[in-house]
Write a protein that binds this ligand. Structure first.
Ligand code: ATP
Ligand code: MG
Length: 438
């Protein structure tokens, strides 16, 4: 948007009786926040994904609140809250059933910040100008009206407000019509909106798949024209969207959309190179998510490496069978290095991923001794290894028999049963250096 003072915008107001948002579908935490702000004399609305999803009859992932209260005022109203974010201060209000994010209406079109906790360090903080803590002039440039706040958002269906004052839906962007027609459309000229923040292109394709919406023709054409701008997006934000896609339950569809638009090979060339081999893995992942499991980030990231990992396994087999461990570790470092840098994968996730994959290679044969199982299961990366192994088997990348034997052993262990130790074996030579084959 430009910086000119916007015309006073008349929104379309859809009264309570004419839409299907019920307060029963709003989390109790979000309701508390909305009511307290309202009773304290502020405007308070739900916005974004929660309004969209409730209007579609879906269950929202989370509830974002917007208000004209300033962060410090919000903070004062809720004891269980903290101000977060580097540039735009958001307030997180903590409840037993989750966090409610409360933001002050903003005029600025700046893209959102990376959520907390993704990166190891706070190294990006240094470059950002801080908002004066006591509300200097900068603060007044950043914050705005409800209309401005709606207009700076990405897609029309994401800019609807649900106003707790009268339970109406407020629509500054013709989002309701798009929602009813199942159309995904940028707010404003799509080229400009994608140039302003290229991550919106990735999000557009993600929403199209997740919601099963049509993409408005100009919005779609603009992705084609601007796709290479995605390379300028902040790594942490790309990683965030990638993880969102992987945990959405629609990762297979989303990846093929990213591929179709030539975005996958820019953002995640390793996944693009895996080609169709990735599809059964993503399908297995989506099935897990549909069953209600929420894999850790290291597992989500690891999924994209499984096809490559399996082909590495065959290249590091020595003497036909035995895996050359040092060679495997070197190869793992090689495949993880570039994407770790590019996507700012944290040291911890890198470690979990590497050790996890390495551990999968240890489980390609049925366990021979109980001790082997107890030792592995204890490791912090075991869950990552086990979930990746399971997904690889479900995707048909690795044979199911040893996996089944491991599963049986793990179940026994969990049930407190003793695992069989093998009968007396001949003491093994340290390493069978050469094998004489007839
Ligand atoms: P989800 O169901 O995935 O949470 P969401 O629509 O809530 O979907 P979020 O990433 O949680 O998506 O963002 C919340 C809201 O913030 C969006 O609905 C949109 O209004 C706004 N938003 C998010 N990212 C951008 C962006 N890059 N540019 C403009 N507005 C954005
Ligand atoms: Mg959301």
């Amino acid at each position: 948007m430009n910086n000119a003072v916007p015309e006073p915008l008349q929104p379309r107001v859809i009264p309570r009786a004419q839409h299907k948002i019920s307060r029963r579908s709003i989390s109790s935490g979000a309701l508390k926040v909305l009511y307290r702000l309202h009773r304290s004399g502020y405007r308070a609305c739900l916005v974004g994904g929660s309004v969209r999803d409730m209007l579609l009859g879906r269950t929202p992932k989370d509830f974002d609140v917007v208000t004209n209260a300033r962060p410090r005022e919000i903070r004062r109203l809720f004891r269980n809250s903290r101000i977060i974010g580097r540039r735009f201060r958001l307030v997180h209000v903590m409840f037993a059933d989750g966090i409610v994010e409360v933001a002050t209406f903003r005029a600025s079109p700046e893209p959102p910040e990376v959520p907390d906790g993704w990166e190891d360090g706070e190294e990006e903080a240094a470059g950002h100008e801080e908002i004066a803590p006591n509300g200097g002039p900068e603060e007044n440039n950043v914050y705005g009206t409800a209309a401005e706040d709606a207009l700076r958002r990405d897609f029309t269906i994401n800019a609807l407000l649900y106003d707790i004052a009268d339970f109406s839906v407020i629509d500054y962007v013709d989002g309701m019509a798009d929602l009813e027609a199942g159309v995904l459309r940028t707010i404003g000229q799509p080229d400009r909106r994608f140039q302003e923040d290229p991550v919106r292109m990735i999000r557009a394709l993600e929403y199209r798949v997740r919601l099963g919406f049509e993409m408005e023709a100009e919005t779609e054409a603009a992705i084609g024209r601007n796709r290479s701008l995605i390379l300028e997006a902040a790594p942490a934000r790309l990683a965030y969207e990638l993880l969102e896609a992987l945990k959405s339950g629609h990762s297979r569809g989303i990846c093929s959309e990213w591929r179709r638009f030539g975005i996958l090979d820019l953002v995640f060339p390793e996944a693009a190179a895996a080609g169709r081999a990735l599809e059964p893995v993503l399908e297995a992942l989506d099935a897990r998510v549909a069953d209600g499991s929420a894999p850790a980030d290291a597992v989500l990231l690891g999924v994209s490496f499984l096809p490559q990992f399996v082909s590495i396994l065959s290249s590091v087999r020595r003497d036909g069978d035995r895996i050359d461990n040092p060679a495997l570790l070197v190869a793992l470092d090689e495949i993880l290095a570039a994407p770790s840098l590019r996507l700012h994968i944290s040291n911890r996730n890198h470690h979990l991923l590497k050790q996890g994959l390495f551990t999968v290679s240890k489980m390609l044969k049925a366990p021979e001794r109980g001790r082997q199982v107890t030792r592995l299961v204890r490791q912090e990366y075991f869950t990552v290894a086990w979930q990746l192994y399971t997904l690889a088997v479900e995707a048909g990348l690795l044979p199911p028999e040893p996996h089944a034997a491991w599963r049986k052993a793990i179940r026994k262990l969990e049930a407190g049963e003793a695992l069989p130790e093998p009968e007396k074996r001949r003491p093994r030579r340290r390493r069978p250096r050469r094998r004489r084959k007839p």
